[in-house]
Design a protein around this ligand. Sequence first.
Ligand code: C2E
Ligand code: MG
Ligand code: MG
Ligand code: MG
Length: 286
Amino acid sequence: EAKLSSAGSCLVYSSMLAERTRQRMQISQGLHRAIAKGELSLRLQPIVNPTNGHIVAAELLLRWHPATGEVPPAVFIPIAEATGTIIGIGDWVFAQACEIEARWRQRWGDAAPAYLAVNLSPRQLNKSSIDGDFAAMIERSGARPERLQLEVTETALMADVEANLSVLRRLAALGMPIAVDDFGTGYSSLAQLTRMPVSVLKVDRAFVASLDQQPENRAVVHAIVSLGRALGLTLVAEGVETPAQLDEMLTQGCSLAQGYLFYRPMELDAFDRAIEQQLCERSTRA
Ligand code: C2E
Ligand code: MG
Ligand code: MG
Ligand code: MG
């Protein structure tokens, strides 16, 4: 009887695996044509100054909506990375980022958001022409590189320190600030971190969320934030959902925050309206 049921669960397991493989193949084939078919779009999530709630910057987030229905980035990005399609997609995202930044300046001049953060995949960092390609896109669009922040996850950063060091130095030399995304999850060594041309740490959402449930994590968050401050970096709290989490992150010393407590990722025109409204409120108060 035991034998039968284990054979049974084995069958279930292998058909689940087959289904997963089929899904991944479907996704990777679909992604291949996603740009040409116009199935990719972007959202902007505001990054705020938590002391007054003002939007100071934004993160650009990718969305994919094939005819079969929207697929979340947590599903398609790892597949795009595994198959290499993230390189073409990443170039598309960066070109869009340049256009958005240039448009911000045209519309709002010095009152435009301070920067636009763009996520970079480790596969993009491996492409030796990335700095030249990005420089050309910046040049063509008229975007200001100081206002395009590149986010690299701590895990990706630390996976190949020597190679990343050289490519990040070349990207930083173009004027773009570099942020470590999902910081706290990747076991950086302090020595390695100080060698990186990094100016921002984004404290991973998991740590921010854990403040409510596991008070022991306050010590960990405290250590992360103190480290960043000691290195003179800007600290951004990610995924802030509650006022209690915000209070704690402020007490610890984060100067910027991002999360559903303030804004969800929004369509580009909704973001524009939020900036317009903020400018309007400021001018009536002045
Ligand atoms: P990330 O860079 O850490 O982006 C933050 C993610 O947290 C976003 O999910 C955002 O919607 C979500 N988030 C923000 N605030 C909250 C909150 O208060 N609560 C919760 N529960 N979630 C919050 P999203 O848009 O699904 O993106 C997931 C990941 O996909 C990103 O994590 C990033 O690693 C990757 N990604 C997104 N766009 C791109 C892209 O253009 N290129 C690359 N390479 N990766 C991207
Ligand atoms: Mg990010
Ligand atoms: Mg993040
Ligand atoms: Mg994340």
